[in-house]
Design a protein around this ligand. Structure first.
Ligand code: GLN
Length: 485
């Protein structure tokens, strides 16, 4: 019962003292113990640290000082620095890195009295769409362990889907919350760029990176976003806006909602089973009183090439700090200083990370900078303008989150471009800085989950959550769980 309870139910149970935070935490730690060996969703679990937080939460509840998430255990993507916890970012480079401070997101959960249940596996430095590039091994999809859970937040996704935790955090640079959410049948939200502070979140591509909630329902995501969002002066791109209650519009009716359907998202490359599930979800929305209109995002086809110039450019700069000097991996044997840099980086980074550093360095180099980097920045503007025009015709945009359901482990490992294409519907949203969600909307061939993507205008998180919640009241796809789990 506790395994399927919503955050609100857990909060009520804790408040009514039907369960203690220690009991709740132990329940999930036991699940992790049993199922993590086959899923590999967690990199670090620290029973003592989690239980100490749970005991503190129980005291706080007893003192009548609880907030809504006090005492609830959450899994944290291993991209967030958490004091005295290993914070590896899925890399050998940081395999022994114990963070000296908390990321803003971790601080916010701590302040709310939540329990850190452990750090989840991820693609190395969040580069990937399948969770196969982690130094700590592949994550398996709980719906079918021969398949990928998506990436890069695949550990968090698998953990939530398999009920190893009530909910988890993720980060999304080009789709890493939404795509894994779709592939394991959970709900995930990437907020408007700047909504959640990037302080202490290990940087991949700073102009795109954004943290968000991964949970089983839109309502749970709203409760988490209430804790995660907010201005932080330590992140220069953090937005100074008034604090919002993201649950405030959950119960608004959808009558009159205008849903834009981008012609380019329902075209070649989309699997038939995904298309069918998305169409059925749209039919449900029409029943709820929404109207659909066809729109166009003409520059969609440019989003992958633009992203794969800009994201590697930013990554090559961000990852320059891993030089074997201050922290992180240092090669055990080397000659002079340059040799130490070279060996440490050659041994500490995996193949995908090296590929990105090389591409990024190339597009930023003198002579190529104008042709690639500057050109990509101009196209990024055009992609954002497509959305601006679209939102003059509709309130939200819908389509598939991912072109197919979960693919097989190893299926795309040797073909980076085919791997990159699995983010075709999510990447433009990051380039434009818009908020996007993925909501479970059916099962495709082989009984694998399908995700519906909902994209809102800037700062429309509360509206998107409302749109998702109303659908989840009318359907039960978000409650389905993998068999045998
Ligand atoms: N799959 C994309 C990439 O490999 C996006 C990853 C992400 O959002 N962190 O870069």
């Amino acid at each position: 019962m506790m395994l399927n309870a919503s955050l609100k139910d857990l909060s009520d149970m804790l408040a009514a003292r039907k369960v203690s935070s220690v009991e709740l935490t132990q329940t999930f730690l036991k699940r992790i113990d049993e199922l993590n060996p086959s899923l590999n969703a967690f990199i670090t679990v620290d029973t003592e640290k989690s239980l100490a937080q749970a005991r503190a939460a129980d005291e706080r509840i007893a003192a009548g000082k609880a907030e809504q998430l006090t005492g609830i255990p959450f899994a944290q993507k291993d991209i967030f620095c958490a004091r005295d916890w290993l914070s590896t970012c899925g890399s050998k480079m940081l395999a022994n890195f114990s963070a000296p401070y908390d990321a803003h997101v971790i601080e916010q959960f701590n302040r709310a009295g939540a329990v850190n249940l452990g750090k989840t596996n991820m693609d190395e430095f969040a580069m990937g769409s399948s969770n196969e590039t982690s130094f700590f091994g592949k994550v398996k999809n709980p719906w079918d362990v021969s398949r990928v859970p998506g990436g890069s937040s695949g550990g968090s996704a698998a953990a939530v889907a398999a009920r190893l935790c009530p909910a988890a955090t993720g980060t999304d640079t080009g789709g890493s919350i939404r795509q894994p959410a779709a592939l394991v049948g959970i709900t995930g939200l990437k907020p408007t760029y700047g909504t959640v502070s990037r302080y202490g979140m290990i940087a991949f591509a700073s102009s795109l990176d954004q943290a968000g909630p991964m949970a089983r329902s839109a309502e749970d995501c709203a409760l988490m976003l209430n804790v995660m969002a907010g201005f932080d002066s330590r992140d220069s791109t953090s937005l100074e806006r008034e604090k919002e209650d993201y649950t405030r519009d959950l119960n608004q009716p959808l009558k009159g909602l205008k849903i834009g359907l981008p012609r380019e998202y329902f075209a070649e490359g989309l699997s038939a089973d995904v298309a069918r599930a998305v169409e059925a979800a749209l039919a449900e929305y029409r029943k709820l009183g929404a109207e659909t209109v066809e729109i166009s995002l003409p520059n969609t086809r440019l989003s992958i090439p633009v992203y794969y110039v800009l994201a590697p450019a930013e990554a090559s700069s961000n990852l320059a700090r891993y030089d074997g000097v201050r922290y992180g991996y240092r090669a055990p044997e080397y000659g002079d200083l340059t040799d130490m840099y070279q060996k440490s980086r050659a041994q500490g980074f995996g193949a995908e990370v090296k590929r990105r550093i090389m591409i990024g360095t190339y597009v930023l180099s003198a002579g190529y900078y104008d042709a690639y980097y500057i050109q990509a920045q101009k196209l990024r503007r055009l992609i954002a303008q497509d959305f601006e025009a679209a939102f003059r015709q509709c309130d939200v945009i819908m389509g598939p989150t991912s072109p197919s359901t979960a693919f097989r482990l190893g299926e795309k490992s040797d073909d980076p471009v085919s791997m990159y294409l699995s983010d075709i519907y999510t990447i433009a949203v990051n380039l434009a800085g818009l908020p996007g969600m993925s909501v479970p909307c059916g099962l495709g061939d082989n009984g694998l989950p399908v995700g519906l993507q909902i994209v809102g205008n800037y700062f429309a998180e509360a509206r998107m959550l409302n749109v998702a919640h109303q659908y989840q009241l009318a359907t039960d796809w978000h409650t389905r769980m993998p068999e045998g789990i």
